[in-house]
Ligand binder design. Structure first.
Ligand code: MF3
Ligand code: CO
Length: 291
């Protein structure tokens, strides 16, 4: 914790109040918990009210883009057409798709079908078939502020086993969300997600996780869903991160496509599902910023 402000200096949160009348007690509480051996957030991770407002606006665009895709998704459509919808709707709303050119990623959205765990690249060769499950992962930059969320869609008649996977992963996110409270730990959420997946006979991907988000696409903390209650970073009001577990019907082992360097597949080619929300830790609990 960088605790260099004087008691009478203006608070770092931008309230205009003196530090001693604003966040000093808050910072001292975090430092105390840190001194007990816990991982604690520094100021770069805690958003100010002004930043939260800007991030909220970005989230509204992300939700609108996903809603637009949801309305127009059809069997027989290519994932390239989904990419075009995302690009056009995002631009129309005055924003930019965050994935486009991100570390060399070539498209505006990730489209991950069936045994693709995440980071599927849209293509005019990939056609949505009856019975597919697809994750559509949208991320937006509005006025320099980032948002990120994803949903699963069932195309036509999906077999009950795959449908159950989709539903259970959504429940995992909802159950994890309940653990997001100020002064609890990220691991409380991670363990809850993991237990619900395991109870249903599924496995949780270990190598890829969630992340802080808002001022950048991917910020600290890294968010695991194979973590333990009472471990990982302390949660305090003003933190924003994603809950986005990738849950597999079979093995948790995954591999990356050597050709494109992005697409992640399950090692056993069994289906995988993911939902992603962006959550703000508030004084009294949490607020979902986008889904
Ligand atoms: N949206 C993904 C996430 O949840 C990130 C995708 S990076 C991309 O973190 F470049 F593949 F888009
Ligand atoms: Co994300």
């Amino acid at each position: 914790m960088s605790n260099k402000l004087g008691r009478n200096d203006p608070c770092w949160c931008g309230s205009g109040k003196k530090y001693k009348k604003c966040h000093q007690e808050f910072d001292d509480k975090i430092s105390y918990i840190g001194s007990k051996g816990h991982i604690v957030p520094d100021h770069s991770i805690i958003k100010t009210p002004a930043q939260i407002e800007k991030i909220r606006e970005s989230c509204k665009v992300n939700v609108a883009v996903l809603d637009y895709v949801a309305e127009n998704l059809r069997v027989g459509m290519t994932t390239e057409e989904i990419d075009r919808m995302v690009y056009e709707k995002t631009k129309e709303m005055g924003a930019v798709p965050a994935p486009l050119n991100y570390e060399g990623y070539p498209k505006s959205v990730c489209t991950s079908i069936n045994e693709i765990v995440c980071h599927g690249i849209p293509s005019d060769k990939v056609v949505l078939k009856d019975g597919d499950i697809i994750n559509i992962d949208c991320s937006t930059i509005l006025d320099g502020y980032y948002s990120d969320s994803s949903r699963m869609f069932c195309i036509g008649n999906v077999d009950p086993e795959k449908k159950k996977l989709v539903d259970v992963v959504k429940e995992c996110v909802e159950i994890g969300l309940e653990k997001v409270q100020p002064w609890s730990f990220l691991g409380d959420m991670g363990q809850a997600v993991n237990e619900h997946a395991m109870k249903n006979g599924y496995s949780v991907v270990r190598e890829i996780g969630g992340h802080g988000v808002g001022l950048e696409f991917h910020e600290d903390p890294w968010v695991s869903y194979v973590s333990k209650a009472g471990e990982e970073m302390l949660l305090v009001p003003g933190m924003i991160f994603t809950i986005e577990p990738m849950v597999n019907m079979g093995t948790n082992k995954v591999y990356c496509d050597k050709e494109d360097g992005w697409t992640i597949y399950t090692a056993d080619k069994k289906p995988s599902a993911q939902w992603e929300i962006m959550v703000l830790v508030t004084e009294t609990g949490h607020e979902v910023l986008c889904w």
